[in-house]
Write a protein that binds this ligand. Structure first.
Ligand code: OOG
Ligand code: NI
Length: 485
């Protein structure tokens, strides 16, 4: 047995990454403090309810991060690094069409897959790759120059990859190797001090800030690290009280009096951080870039395909209704076009108080956001049952089962927590950090990039989240010894 087994290595990596991010992005530390406060309060009020979707130890340690890569080769390499810590690619997200902004990436999420592994440490990383072959965003000439630039950079060192392969093959690493792995892996995701080529960065920025963030620099970085909170509405208010301006909306399902479903997320905008730029004449100047931000999430029950179809339809309906009442970009939480960047944390102005417009508690920032929450709540009341039992009976959500009753019905069900992401919310998180929508020419041809393409790029199976939840539920039924089969 290696001295640190896979899950211990994963937990250690989540910690070293969190320590690094806390040192580099102080607002993240504030977010962690507030998340801890909120979680303690929710635990104190009702420990059983608080832990319905995971133990407090799991929730306290729980984080997700996000990275953005440039090429299929980089994707296959990061898959080895995450494979070393028991994280595998789950799900395909196409953000090119998921929102109203130009986001030229497709994505997956690396995470543990087995229930026991998730319970030990559920660290996950949302991982995106640039799509330079998509003509709606990039000309053939620009594609060639991007690929040339990205082909020259090396993000993952040979030492890190060798240690990763050894860890995956042996189910862990001995202490000295583990320390080296953690050091190299964490350093890979730090913000690089290397000067950024101003002209190249600006050229890519004209297409999309995301393209510049990925293809404009010779490195990658973790761009946020998200804690899990048991009451995201309370967190939103307390962050605002501390003077950190959150985006307008809590994305995903509304606050309501039924079970927590899927995932609710909100974020604060990237802070301006000093970066060195190399100007065309060779001079190095310091300017600011906004590339790292903060996000928090609350997790709910995993929906079945049928439940998810109902969710997706509800989100579309809510957006249409909000648009009809004059609020474009409503549910995605995207910024107004042409925003100047002044709405972020530290962007001046007092924090907005939620509910200031007289809206119900739980609505986020502005009067418009309050209205969007109301629309969502109306749709939820109409479309989703208010109890776990009904969600199960209608086949809308996933559960595990402990016993059968004598009449053949299930005696005790436990909801399966949603471990994945939501494309519309992800697009909203991207968009909330862009100051304009970039340029997307929809008359041009889209590149065909689907789950099979991504699996090929990763060099691994791409797992389907719905299949994973269904298998977990079925396995619990199969384990039942009493009752009908
Ligand atoms: C990833 C955004 C997606 C989430 O929580 O939906 C994400 C990114 O900005 O790179 O992290
Ligand atoms: Ni996120």
């Amino acid at each position: 047995m290696p001295e640190l087994v896979t899950w211990e290595l994963r937990a250690a990596f989540a910690r070293t990454l969190s320590d690094m991010y806390g040192r580099e992005v102080p607002a993240y530390t504030t977010l962690l403090d507030v998340a801890h406060e909120v979680n303690s309060d929710v635990m104190a009020a009702d420990p059983a309810a608080a832990q319905r979707l995971g133990s407090i130890d799991r929730v306290t340690a729980e984080r997700h991060g996000a990275i953005r890569l440039g090429t299929p080769v980089e994707l296959s390499q990061v898959a080895r690094v995450f494979g070393a810590i028991g994280m595998y690619p789950v799900g395909f997200y196409d953000l090119r069409d998921a929102g109203s902004s130009a986001i030229p990436v497709v994505s997956t999420a690396f995470r543990p897959v087995d229930a026991e592994e998730l319970a030990r440490n559920p660290f996950r990383v949302f991982t995106s790759v640039l799509t330079p072959g998509d003509r709606r965003f990039f000309s053939a000439d620009l594609q060639a120059r991007i690929e040339e630039f990205l082909g020259r950079r090396r993000i993952f060192s040979p030492d890190l990859l060798a240690l990763s392969d050894r860890a995956e093959a042996n189910g862990g690493l001995d202490s000295a190797d583990a320390e080296e792995f953690l050091h190299l892996a964490t350093a890979t995701f730090e913000l690089s001090p290397e000067p950024v080529d101003r002209a190249w960065y600006t050229e890519l920025e004209r297409v999309s800030a995301v393209a510049a963030d990925i293809g404009g620099v010779a490195s990658t970085h973790i761009n946020h690290l998200t804690p899990r909170v048991l009451d995201i509405d309370a967190l939103y208010e307390r962050m605002s009280e501390r003077g950190i301006t959150m985006i307008d909306d809590i994305q995903g399902p509304p606050r309501w009096d039924g079970p927590d479903l899927l995932l609710r997320q909100t974020s604060f905008r990237a802070l301006a951080e000093p970066r060195a730029f190399r100007m065309p004449d060779g001079e190095i100047v310091t300017d600011a870039l906004r590339v790292r931000f903060g996000e928090v999430e609350a997790r709910g029950i995993a929906l079945t395909r049928a439940g998810r179809a109902r969710y997706d339809a509800a989100i579309v309906e809510a957006r249409e209704r909000a648009e009809a009442s004059g609020e474009p970009d409503a549910v995605a939480g995207a910024p107004r076009v042409g925003g100047t960047g002044g709405r972020g944390a530290g962007g001046g102005g007092a924090a907005r108080m939620p509910g200031a417009a007289g809206g119900p508690v739980g609505a986020a920032g502005s009067a418009a956001a309050v209205r969007r929450q109301e629309i969502l709540r109306e749709i939820w009341a109409r479309d989703f049952p208010r109890t776990e039992a009904e969600l199960d009976e209608e086949g809308l959500a996933h559960f595990t089962y402990d016993t059968y009753n004598s009449d053949g019905t299930v005696g005790a069900r436990t909801p399966i927590v949603y471990e994945d992401f939501l494309p519309a919310s992800a697009a909203g998180i991207f968009a909330s950090n862009l100051t304009d929508r970039g340029a997307k020419d929809s008359t041009q041809e889209a590149a065909t990039l689907d789950a099979d393409w991504l699996a090929g790029a990763l060099g691994r199976d791409l797992l389907d989240p719905f299949d994973l939840y269904a298998a977990q539920s079925e396995a619990s039924r199969a384990r039942l010894t009493e009752g009908p089969r």
